[in-house]
Design a binder for this molecule. Structure first.
Ligand SMILES: C[S@@+](CC[C@H](N)C(=O)[O-])C[C@H]1O[C@@H](n2cnc3c(N)ncnc32)[C@H](O)[C@@H]1O
Length: 267
């Protein structure tokens, strides 16, 4: 099955509702909040900066960026209107945040109209990431910055040994939820080709043990995908979920993925 985000109209409603909640829960974890603050610290926000957050989902990063002193305005863009509706509710008290539906590869904005563009876990989901980066280059002012944060999905694991059955759930999750698991490893070259000068690059390991918000969610969703693909039945998926919870209760759960951030300037 392809990445679920590639055909958003086909996402079942119950999955979409769960995704809205899980994006907010993910952003609220201390490790993810720290990673966001860490790479935003690499970005030069000019006074009154106009910022575009592409693939904003329900807008957790848009809200954080809007609170940075000196930031003038944040525009969040996503292909999924239900995510944006939730984003508008959550940002109702913020006067400098707005949300618009658009495809990242065809942005409805003028050339050179933003100081900073943020792509927070967007690029690995889009077929044709070069098209997104070309659009980012077009809408950025000269000297403006793009900040990219994404998973190195080749590192996603919940295995604690060879042939760990829970890893089958993670592999199914990556197959059905990520378009290009290798993308971040090719990003520096891609950025240079499009006309960016890559500057700060960081690695942000996410390790889940006792309260595994991210990796437990990925495991359970992977089990759902295995059932949907007819590879296992619901009883087997329930057993995999029970095994994940047994490990959490027993203090033996271990989930990991490395994220990478890159900030690059438009040359
Ligand atoms: C993993 S979510 C990240 C959402 C948010 N940045 C966060 O971290 O909570 C990826 C988002 O990218 C959006 N997306 C994927 N492909 C897109 C495209 N071609 N144009 C606009 N948005 C897209 C999805 O709808 C989804 O909201």
């Amino acid at each position: 099955m392809p990445d679920i985000y590639v055909d958003p109209d086909a996402i079942p409603d119950e999955i979409l509702d769960g995704m809205k909640e899980s994006l907010e829960r993910r952003a609220a974890t201390p490790q993810q909040a720290t990673a966001l603050q860490s790479y935003l610290g690499d970005v030069d926000f000019p006074n009154g900066a106009r910022v575009l957050d592409i693939g904003c989902g329900t807008g957790p990063q848009s809200r954080t960026i809007a609170a940075i002193p000196g930031v003038g305005e944040v525009v969040g863009v996503d292909q999924l209107e239900p995510f944006l509706e939730r984003g508008r509710e959550l940002a109702v008290d913020l006067r400098n945040v707005s949300f618009e539906q658009a495809d990242a590869r065809d942005l409805p904005f003028d050339d050179a109209s933003f100081d900073v563009v943020v792509l927070h876990t967007l690029l690995t989901h889009v077929p044709g990431p070069e098209g997104v980066l070309s659009e980012v280059h077009r809408v950025l002012k000269a000297g403006g910055s793009v900040a990219i944060y994404d998973g190195d999905f080749t590192t996603m694991s919940v295995a604690t040994g060879d042939d760990d059955p829970l890893q089958a759930c993670i592999d199914a999750f990556v197959d059905d939820n990520v378009h290009d698991r290798w993308l971040v490893r090719r990003l520096p070259g891609m950025l240079r080709e499009i006309g960016f000068d890559p500057a700060a690059t960081r690695s942000h390991g996410h390790l889940d043990t006792d309260a595994p918000v991210l990796t437990l969610g990925w495991t359970l969703r992977g089990a759902y995908y295995l059932v949907a693909a007819g590879k296992i039945d619901q009883a087997a998926a329930d057993a995999l979920g029970a095994e994940a919870h047994r490990r959490i209760d027993g203090g033996t759960f271990y989930g990991y993925m490395n994220y990478v951030s890159m900030v690059a300037r438009k040359t």
